[in-house]
Write a protein that binds this ligand. Structure first.
Ligand SMILES: *[C@@H]1O[C@H](CO)[C@@H](O)[C@H](O)[C@H]1NC(C)=O
Length: 283
């Protein structure tokens, strides 16, 4: 009992000393940032941070610091961000212990985030990227980094940044894939990536009439073979019985002598029939 109490005390101590889990689903939409708490702990607060694209340092946004709500209005960042290019993240904090920042994704395309559309066909997925971003209009050499993967697995960055829409081939039909896109400027990611979008790869084509017929024929064939095997294996005795009866030499049928019965032995017809028989013998 004492050991158990010590154990629980230890567990609680470890739990309270671990940094909180980072918030989930940090969404950027029209300069509003929203997120979902990872746990229902009420002691956890949140801080929104930003990072310009030429820096690796996160800076706290003063009025979104250590707040207990799960949203923050970041309109003031619009003036700070060059062409709307800013990275935003949210970290969770409990008793001075901080989580890693959860990076926000952009729900809709904006000045710095690409607008992404997905289309699928059998074995392939195409990402349609709009080129209406603020930095491209300014003449910056902007490319797109594609993050791609199966649903539920971490998305991997493409090896090469794409200049325009891209197709990804050799995908498994029936599986669901997700993609997100971020602008890059000389290989450096700038601004928020688009929130992942997912699509299921369709099957090549519904089974045609031809294959249906083939399947039916094969099935029939299999059934026939099974019936034959069944008969050979289990009905052998019966077959043998049939074979024996059919092999018996037929016993000559003895017709009863009907000559004594009037009108059967010598009918008038018999005499008429005798005439052609006589002719035949004469030949
Ligand atoms: C966000 O803040 C800006 C200015 O501070 C304000 O104009 C805007 O209405 C606010 N948005 C929301 C949804 O509260």
């Amino acid at each position: 009992m004492v050991l158990l109490l010590i154990y629980f005390h230890f567990v609680i101590q470890v739990l309270s000393e671990a940094p909180p889990v980072m918030p989930q689903h940090v969404l950027f939409d029209n300069w509003q940032l929203t997120w979902t708490p990872a746990t229902e702990e009420t002691t956890v607060n949140y801080t929104v941070m930003y990072r310009s694209f030429d820096s690796t340092h996160w800076i706290d946004i003063p009025y979104c610091k250590q707040i207990y709500s799960t949203y923050c209005n970041v309109t003031s960042m619009e003036t700070k961000a060059e062409h709307g290019c800013v990275m935003l993240g949210v970290r969770a904090e409990r008793l001075g212990l901080k989580s890693d920042p959860a990076i926000a994704c952009s729900k809709q395309g904006n000045l710095c985030s690409p607008e992404v559309g997905l289309s699928v066909r059998p074995g392939s997925l195409t990402l349609h990227l709009s080129r209406k971003s603020g930095i491209t209009e300014e003449g910056y050499f902007v490319k797109h980094r594609i993050y791609f993967g199966e649903e539920g697995e971490p998305l991997e960055a493409s090896e090469e940044d794409a200049a325009s829409s891209v197709s990804i081939d050799n995908l498994t039909e029936g599986k669901r894939y997700c993609a997100s896109v971020q602008n890059t400027y000389f290989n450096i990611p700038v601004g928020l990536g688009s929130c992942p979008k997912c699509e299921t790869i369709p099957q090549s084509r519904p089974p045609s009439k031809k294959t249906e017929i083939t399947v039916t024929v094969v099935l029939l064939f299999v059934i026939i073979i099974l019936v034959i095997v069944y008969i050979l294996l289990y009905q052998r005795k019966r077959i043998k019985g049939w074979m024996q009866t059919s092999n018996k030499i037929p016993v000559p049928v003895e017709f009863p002598d009907l000559s004594h019965v009037p009108f059967i032995g010598k009918t008038p017809n018999e005499e008429i029939c005798d005439i052609p028989r006589m002719d035949f013998r004469g030949l």
